[in-house]
Design a protein around this ligand. Structure first.
Ligand SMILES: [Zn+2]
Ligand SMILES: [Zn+2]
Length: 422
C-alpha cells in the first residue's frame, strides 16, 4: 500500500506554491515599508508556553495541541499559534530593554489537532504581525492600514473590517458580571456549549455561531456601554486615525476574545465568500497582559494573524498560477550535440536565461513536442553543422521568426527580446 500524507495536512504542488510565494513576497514587501522585520521562532515550544498564555483549561491546550515528552521528560508541543512564541523570544532576548518599539512579523506553519473540514487543516499556515512596546492607537491604525494595503496588493476583494474594544481589567469585570446575569436568565434558549460558557467564560458566548443562539446574543448588553474612560478614549482615537486613512470599519460589540490577556482593541476581517461561520481571514487585537503571563514585566503588544489557506481560497481564481516557461529549449540531434547543448545551457543559465534540455535522448520531433508543451519562448536545434560552424539557429516559437547567432550572442538576444515583447 502506498503511504499517504497525514490526515489534516496537505501537500502544496508547484502550481499552488506559485500563489503561496506571491502571498509571502507581498507580505514581506509591504511590511518592510512600515518598518517590520521578520522573526523566525522554532516550531517546537514547551507546552507550558501555551498553558500559561492561552490557558491550561482551553480547548487548544486540552484537546488540540500536539504534545509529547522528549527523552529528558520535557513536555514539548508543536506551536498552535504564533503570538506567544514571538513574545517569548522578545522577552528571552531582552528586546524589551532597549526602549524601542519592535515591529515583527512571521510566516509559517501552526498545528492543531482539530476535526479536519474544508479549509481547516491540522497543519495550517499563518502570516502574523506583532508590534511590541507601545499602545498608541495610531500604531494600531497603522497595522490595520498595512494589512489592508497587503490584501489590496494581492487583489483580495469584499473584505469587511470589524472593530471592537474588549475593555480592560478595570472595566471588563463589571460587564462580564452583567453578561452572566443576563445569560443565566436565558439558559434554556442557548446551545449546550453556550450554557457551559455562561459560567466558565461568558464572553465566548458572543462568538457562538449556532443559529438558535443568535437572537439571544443580539439582545445581550453591549460591552461598549461598560468601557472605562481610558478604553473609550482609546477606541475613539483609533477610529479617528482609521478615518484619517479613509479605512471603513464596522464597530461590532460582539467581537470579543475569550482570553484575559486581551485588552482594548480587537478586530477581524471577514469575507462572505468563506461562508457564514468560518468567515474570518484575519483576527487581531491588543494583548498587553501576555508579557506578564510569560514571566516578563508589564508589556504592550498588538498584532494579527492571517490564515494563508483562507486567503488562498479567496485568491485561487484570480491569480495566474502558470508555471515558468523556459526561455530557450535546446534540442539536440545526437550525443555529441547533447554535450554541446549541456555546455551551452550552463552558459545561458549563468547569464540569467532559463535553458531547458530534455535528457531522454528522444527524436527531434518528440523534443519539439515537449518544447511546445512547456511553452518555451525559443528553441535552438543543435547538430553537427552548428557545432562545426559555431552558428546557432534560434527560433521564436510565437511567430516562427528565426535568426542565426554566434553562441555567445544567444543569451543577450533572448534577454533583449524578452524586454521588448513583455
Ligand atoms: Zn477599561
Ligand atoms: Zn451557542
Amino acid at each position: 500500500m502506498k503511504i499517504k500524507s497525514v490526515r489534516g495536512t496537505h501537500d502544496l504542488l508547484p502550481e499552488s506554491v506559485a500563489l503561496w510565494q506571491k502571498i509571502e513576497a507581498e507580505a514581506r514587501g509591504v511590511f518592510q515599508l512600515y518598518g517590520y522585520e521578520e522573526v523566525r521562532t522554532p516550531i517546537l515550544e514547551r507546552s507550558e508556553l501555551f498553558a500559561r498564555s492561552i490557558g491550561a483549561e482551553s480547548d487548544i491546550v486540552q484537546k488540540e495541541m500536539y504534545t509529547f515528552s522528549d527523552s529528558k521528560g520535557n513536555t514539548i508541543c508543536l506551536r498552535p499559534e504564533g503570538t506567544a512564541p514571538v513574545v517569548r523570544a522578545y522577552l528571552e532576548h531582552g528586546l524589551d530593554h532597549d526602549g524601542l518599539i519592535h515591529k515583527l512579523y512571521y510566516i509559517g506553519p501552526m498545528f492543531r489537532h482539530e476535526r479536519p473540514q474544508k479549509g481547516r487543516y491540522r497543519q495550517f499556515h499563518q502570516v502574523g504581525v506583532e508590534v511590541l512596546g507601545s499602545d498608541h492607537p495610531a500604531l494600531e491604525a497603522e497595522v490595520i492600514e498595512m494589512l489592508e494595503r497587503f490584501l489590496h496588493k494581492l487583489g483580495v476583494k469584499g473584505l469587511r473590517l470589524l472593530l471592537n474594544s474588549v475593555g480592560c481589567a478595570k472595566c471588563r469585570p463589571a460587564y462580564v458580571k452583567v453578561l452572566q446575569e443576563e445569560l443565566n436568565k436565558r439558559q434554556d434558549e442557548l446551545c449546550p456549549q453556550c450554557q457551559r460558557r455562561s459560567t466558565t467564560n461568558p464572553l465566548r458566548v458572543l462568538d457562538c455561531k449556532v443559529p438558535a443562539c443568535q437572537p439571544v446574543i443580539d439582545e445581550l448588553p453591549s460591552i461598549l456601554d461598560y468601557l472605562c474612560d481610558n478604553c473609550r478614549q482609546h477606541l475613539e482615537k483609533l477610529r479617528s486615525y482609521l478615518d484619517l486613512q479613509e479605512i471603513s470599519y464596522e464597530v461590532t460589540p460582539r467581537l470579543v476574545r475569550g482570553l484575559d490577556y486581551y485588552v482594548g482593541t480587537t478586530f477581524e476581517m471577514v469575507s462572505s465568500e468563506l461562508g457564514p461561520t468560518q468567515n474570518a481571514v484575519v483576527g487581531g487585537g491588543r494583548y498587553d497582559g501576555l508579557s506578564e503571563l510569560l514571566g516578563g514585566p508589564p508589556g504592550k503588544g498588538f498584532g494579527f494573524a492571517l490564515g494563508i489557506e483562507r486567503l488562498v481560497v479567496l485568491l485561487e481564481d484570480t491569480l495566474d498560477s502558470r508555471r515558468p516557461r523556459p526561455d530557450v529549449f535546446l534540442a539536440y540531434l545526437d550525443e555529441g550535440a547533447l554535450k554541446e547543448s549541456f555546455g551551452l545551457a550552463q552558459e545561458l543559465r549563468h547569464q540569467g536565461v532559463f535553458a531547458y534540455i530534455d535528457f531522454q535522448e528522444r527524436s527531434l520531433k518528440a523534443q519539439m513536442r515537449l518544447a511546445n508543451r512547456l511553452g518555451s519562448r525559443f528553441t535552438c536545434i543543435i547538430g553537427e553543422d552548428e557545432i562545426q560552424s559555431g552558428q546557432f539557429p534560434l527560433k521564436r516559437m510565437e511567430d516562427g521568426h528565426q535568426v542565426t547567432l554566434d553562441r555567445e550572442a544567444i543569451a543577450s538576444y533572448v534577454i533583449e527580446d524578452g524586454v521588448t515583447t513583455s
